[in-house]
Design a protein around this ligand. Structure first.
Ligand code: FAD
Length: 279
């Protein structure tokens, strides 16, 4: 089985010029990822532009397969058709179909209340490869773990061909999740989402949004190095490398690196694990 190694990037903030992302891509190119996915702000169709520009560049100029994220909550069917047409015209036919989180003041057409609705719609209108998100530690707003897993199965039954996990720091949570999804008959590849934590602020934010378990050794790492930026960066890289090596030994289908648009960190990690990924 070929294991995938992929990267996630996000469009630069409105205050930064779009060109900053191309410097990031220049730095990431050497890691030869199987694909690069590009996030999409959930506020509505006006956010499509940046994602479209970037996936198009990744696919056509950098010649790296691109995956376009697409959160459907604030989009109508017509808007989704138009956005997909734009992706498709740029040669991008690989979509990460998401629900997205509600954005205050954004329109709520109600065509895609959940990701499964969007996945079914996309599969119904064209030849797209569709990915979906999954949550080894359960989605934060899920009624229960069992309910969340039932809805995950609905996404796969609707046509999701690959799953990408929410970030996690405790591999045992992932292994448990994989056993459960196996038992549920979910057979599509599950890529493990790994986020190298290279500064203390980042972890505080991530934990409050994603509600993931922090193992004791990870908390000790933050306590020990959190106030020393260079040491924290190197410790965060080392922690992510250890996580990835352990996952590869356990036969993970793929690694999806949340790069935070930091090519240095992605390259450091890639260099240390590349022979194992390709072995
Ligand atoms: P869903 O699968 O629809 O699930 C959302 C919640 O609803 C879950 O609690 C689920 O249990 C519940 N649910 C599902 N179906 C039903 C149903 N029929 N009835 C009742 N409850 C149901 N967000 C962005 O805005 N842009 C991005 O680019 C982006 N990229 C992401 C990439 C990855 C790899 C991941 C893991 C997340 C990403 N997100 C992104 C965040 C994502 O949009 C949020 O986590 C969102 O809250 C859930 O999206 P989902 O597609 O998993 O939703």
């Amino acid at each position: 089985m070929k294991r995938t190694f992929s990267l996630e990037i996000f469009p630069p903030k409105r205050t930064s010029p779009i060109e900053t992302i191309y410097r990031t891509l220049d730095g990431l190119r050497s890691t030869q990822p199987d694909f690069i996915s590009v996030t999409y702000g959930a506020g509505g169709s006006q956010n499509a532009g940046n994602t479209l520009d970037i996936v198009s560049k990744v696919q056509n100029e950098y010649q790296i397969p691109a995956v376009a994220h697409l959160p459907g909550l604030h989009l109508s069917k017509d808007e989704v058709v138009q956005i997909l047409e734009r992706f498709s015209n740029a040669g991008v036919r690989d979509i990460l179909a998401l629900r997205g989180d509600p954005v205050d003041g954004a329109p709520m057409p109600g065509d895609f209340p959940y990701a499964a609705d969007l996945i079914r719609f996309i599969k119904g209108i064209g030849d797209f490869h569709v990915n979906a998100a999954c949550y080894p530690e359960t989605h934060p707003s899920a009624v229960s773990e069992a309910d969340d897993l039932r809805h995950l199965k609905e996404k796969v039954d609707a046509g999701a061909e690959r799953l990408i996990t929410q970030l996690f720091f405790d591999n045992d949570k992932f292994y448990r999740f994989r056993d459960i999804t196996d038992a549920l008959g979910i057979q599509v590849p599950i890529e493990a989402g790994i986020m190298p934590v290279t500064n203390k602020k980042q972890i505080e934010r991530m934990v409050s949004i994603c509600r993931v378990h922090l193992p004791k050794k990870f908390v000790r790492l933050i306590d020990r190095f959190g106030d020393n930026p260079v040491a924290m960066r190197d410790a965060g890289i080392a922690y992510a490398v250890n996580q990835i090596v352990d996952l590869l030994i356990a036969g993970v289908s793929g690694i999806h690196l949340y790069t935070m648009n930091n090519p240095y960190v992605a390259q450091e990690i890639y260099t240390r694990v590349v022979t194992l990924i390709r072995a």
